[in-house]
Design a protein around this ligand. Sequence first.
Ligand SMILES: Nc1ncnc2c1ncn2[C@@H]1O[C@H](COP(=O)(O)OP(=O)(O)OP(=O)(O)O)[C@@H](O)[C@H]1O
Ligand SMILES: [Mg+2]
Length: 353
Amino acid sequence: MTDMNALLDQMQGKRVMIIGDLMLDHYTFGQVSRISPEAPVPVVEVIREEYVLGGAGNVALNINAMGGQALLAGVIGTDRDGESLNALLRESAVETRLVHADRRRTTRKTRIIANNQQIVRVDREDADPLTESVVGELLEILREHSQDIDIIIVSDYGKGVVTAPLMDALRSLKGAHGRRPRILVDPKPQNYDLYQGVDILTPNAKEAGEGAAMPCSWPLGPATVGQALFRRLDCQHLLITLGPQGMALFESRNSARHIPTFARTVFDVTGAGDTVIATLALALAAGAPLVDAAVLANHAAGIVVGQVGAATPTVDGLRQAVQSRPAQPMATLPGMDETAFAARAVYGARSLG
Ligand SMILES: Nc1ncnc2c1ncn2[C@@H]1O[C@H](COP(=O)(O)OP(=O)(O)OP(=O)(O)O)[C@@H](O)[C@H]1O
Ligand SMILES: [Mg+2]
């Protein structure tokens, strides 16, 4: 087991590239004291508004908050929301390579919250395929940076950035030592077929279940679902996040462990998945073994679910978290022995026939 404090030191200044769907999260807070005379709906009197980075931008924020250096590639529209997004990224000192797409709105999700309750969400987005020239610019950015980046996160929110040409380009990148950068994917179920052969996939239980076309319910679901995802995608590793159950880490098809959640208090689980993939990537960029990277990611997720909004973990917060919880042996994922045995038995029977 790596010394987690040493790992946190190692993570400082390490670069991680993120490519994916950028979003502007817009919150409108207000109060309701009457029903509209125009229609049977509440009238919200706005008190405060807030804009924050969502999607791939939030992953980049997480990387920087932990002392890493995010390089964010994505697409924005030539509109005011695009400018706001860009300004937020500059404020957070995220290095960006953004492609501007004409006639495409920057994705914005507005939540109207009154008396502490979300009343409605209003989405503005164009999620149809990008034009050839925009895709071409994205591929050019990837090639430009393949020499100085070892880890690439694909943050797929299904808004159009992640396409077959993009994934093909990622898989065929030649890195600094002739080794292609490792590809980590936070998947969107509709795009599963694009993720063939990637290094690590980090679905939540629902997304994993959808990819495997079977329920991923605790305790026996994740083992079976994991096997099915390996069959479908032929990925190297798999990390299924299980919300209150923590995570299932498949180091390989036939070997998986259960890492229970480290969360003490749970306020708001928004963005926990972004924190998981960001921490995992940064720890791997620092040279950590996969198990240690996953344990640290679980610590980071445990911190952010205890905070309000899509929060980010800090290095100090992580140091405290790892200190207050000494390493403990990790259990095999429930159902794993049986399913791995069954998989071997099926394989054995086939190879006999
Ligand atoms: N209710 C919870 N209790 C304890 N830990 C939690 C809870 N929800 C999430 N976590 C922690 O956060 C990690 C990721 O959460 P989850 O599986 O919900 O991802 P997600 O659905 O992708 O999140 P999101 O889409 O909101 O960013 C889990 O592996 C766990 O460590
Ligand atoms: Mg998620």
